[in-house]
Structure formats: structure tokens, C-alpha cells
Design a protein around this ligand. Structure first.
Ligand SMILES: [Mg+2]
Length: 293
């Protein structure tokens, strides 16, 4: 496992540093994971069958198409239930949205909830909602293993890494478990471009960026990501951010390859160019769903 101390000890070998997210940024894996695994298992384990259509819309909104895209799975589940509660069709059906009281109480006090921590909590203080959340999480993990494979990186990712790796130390900064990341990056022949592959075990994205990039000039640090959380991590360490826009990932990578890399290396990315890309990215991800006035 790569820990934060190891990242902190890392000595730069190139003038630039690039952090890159994996799910939805390097790989087109968000849609299949959410639509084929997370959502069906949520409908099953939280007993959302009577409002399946609206549950699907709420979970897709939160985790794929909103400011919360890329959030932790348990935070996403809670937020989805919040939006579901405000859906007029759900109210019209007299459906009781799962209150998730124990899960909410736990998540309010832990910035990085994990399945293992929810399991430990449930062992100490059993409740139906924790049990449902655990069953959901475990079963979707099984589904992902079975369902999600053979997903190639986005076009122009490989070419971009090849070019920028001559000038930059590259770190995979992801909240996916590390073993899955190593498998995906290795089987696609792109692990060779990166110095470290870091997943959820290493820490938060901000912590990883902070530790690994601390000795580079700030102007030479770039984060590439597809979620507002990636942008926040970049902003927190004063790094530049290149958005891979959900729904327009190919165009984002093409622009990076064609134009972005040169701007980053020449120090001309910060300013109007970066501001415009970030504004477009934010505009694609609303804060509330269409059914909430
Ligand atoms: Mg992502």
C-alpha cells in the first residue's frame, strides 16, 4: 500500500506534477457502475420497488449528473433519499422513503465512511437501515466485479499520458480501492506512465495531492478529474484543474491532448482558459434535480 508518508518522501524526478482521477476521468466506468450495479442493488436492498423509476432518477442525478458526482457511496445514498423525498410522484404514491436514521447519524460524523466501518458499527449497534446499507454495498461490489470489465481508457488518454509523462511525475488520485485501480491501469498498459497508484486506502484526494506535490512549484501542479470533488481537492492545494466534462469526456481529452498540454507546460493555462473550462464544467452539474423548484 502506498501511504501518505511514502508520498511525502517522494523526490520529484520531473519539473511538473499531474494528479489524475480514474473512474469517469481515465475510464468510462461511471455510467456502467451506477446504472448496472449501484442502482439496481439500491432498489433491491432498500425496497424502493414501488418508486423504482424515481429512485433511479434520484440516484443517477446525485452520483452522475450533479455537484455531488463522485461523492462517497454512503453520502450519495443519503442525498438520493433526500431528493426522492421531494419528488412529487413519490409523495403522490404515499411511499415512505427509507429514513436511514443510523446511517445518517454515522455519516454526519465521519468524512470518509467505508463499508468496513458501517459493518463495525452495525455489529455494536444493530439496526435495519445499517443492515440494508451493508447488504447494498456488499452486493454492488459483487456486481461490479462480475459486470465491469473490458472498459478501455478514454480516447487520447494514453497519448496524453505518453506526452506529459516526459515532463511530469504522474499520480493516480482516486477514491476507488487500490487493487481495482492497479488491475485497470495495468491491464490497459497505462500503469507504466504513472509513479504511484493511490486509492481510498491512502487518504483523501486532497491529502494525496498535498503529500505528493508539496515540493513542486504550485504553477506546475495539475489535477485532472471529472467531479467537483476533484476540483475542490485541486483548489485546496492551489493546483491547476483540468476538467473532464461528464458527457463530453472525449472532447475534454481531445482538447487536453491538442492544446491543454502545451498551455500547462508553457505556464499559460491558468487564467481565462482555465476559468472558462471550469465554468463550463460547473454549469454541466446542477446542485438540485429538475423536480425540485
Ligand atoms: Mg471520477
Amino acid at each position: 500500500m502506498t501511504d501518505l508518508a511514502e508520498l511525502q518522501r517522494f523526490t520529484p524526478t520531473k519539473p511538473f506534477f499531474v494528479g489524475i482521477d480514474s473512474d469517469g476521468c481515465a475510464f468510462d466506468s461511471m455510467e456502467i457502475k451506477w446504472k448496472e450495479c449501484f442502482i439496481p442493488r439500491a432498489i433491491e436492498h432498500l425496497h424502493l420497488q414501488p418508486v423504482a423509476k424515481y429512485a433511479r432518477a434520484a440516484i443517477e442525478f446525485v452520483n452522475l449528473y450533479s455537484q455531488s458526482r463522485g461523492t462517497n457511496r454512503f453520502f450519495g445514498l443519503i442525498e438520493s433519499c433526500d431528493w426522492l423525498l421531494q419528488h412529487p410522484e413519490v409523495a403522490a404514491r404515499g411511499f415512505t422513503v427509507p429514513p436511514l436514521a443510523k446511517l445518517r447519524a454515522y455519516c454526519a460524523n465521519d468524512p470518509q465512511p467505508t463499508e468496513a466501518k458501517v459493518v463495525a458499527l452495525h455489529a455494536k449497534d444493530p439496526s435495519q437501515d445499517l443492515e440494508q446499507a451493508i447488504n447494498w454495498s456488499k452486493s454492488l461490489n459483487v456486481d461490479i466485479k462480475r459486470m465491469v470489465h473490458g472498459i478501455p481508457p478514454f480516447p487520447k488518454l494514453r497519448e496524453s499520458l505518453e506526452r506529459i509523462s516526459a515532463h511530469a511525475d504522474i499520480l493516480v488520485v482516486s477514491s476507488t480501492p487500490k487493487d481495482a485501480l492497479v488491475r485497470e491501469w495495468t491491464e490497459n498498459g497505462i500503469a507504466k506512465y504513472v509513479t504511484f497508484i493511490c486509492g481510498q486506502e491512502t487518504g483523501s484526494k486532497k491529502q494525496m495531492l498535498e503529500a505528493a506535490a508539496k515540493t513542486y512549484p504550485r504553477a506546475n501542479v495539475l489535477m485532472i478529474g471529472d467531479a467537483p470533488g476533484d476540483f475542490k481537492a485541486a483548489a485546496a492545494v492551489k493546483a491547476r484543474f483540468w476538467p473532464i466534462v461528464p458527457g463530453a469526456e472525449e472532447a475534454s481529452w481531445d482538447l487536453f491532448h491538442r492544446d491543454g498540454i502545451d498551455h500547462v507546460l508553457n505556464g499559460t493555462y491558468a487564467g481565462p482558459f482555465e476559468d472558462r473550462l471550469i465554468a463550463d464544467f460547473q454549469a454541466k452539474l446542477p446542485a438540485k434535480p429538475a423536480w425540485v423548484p
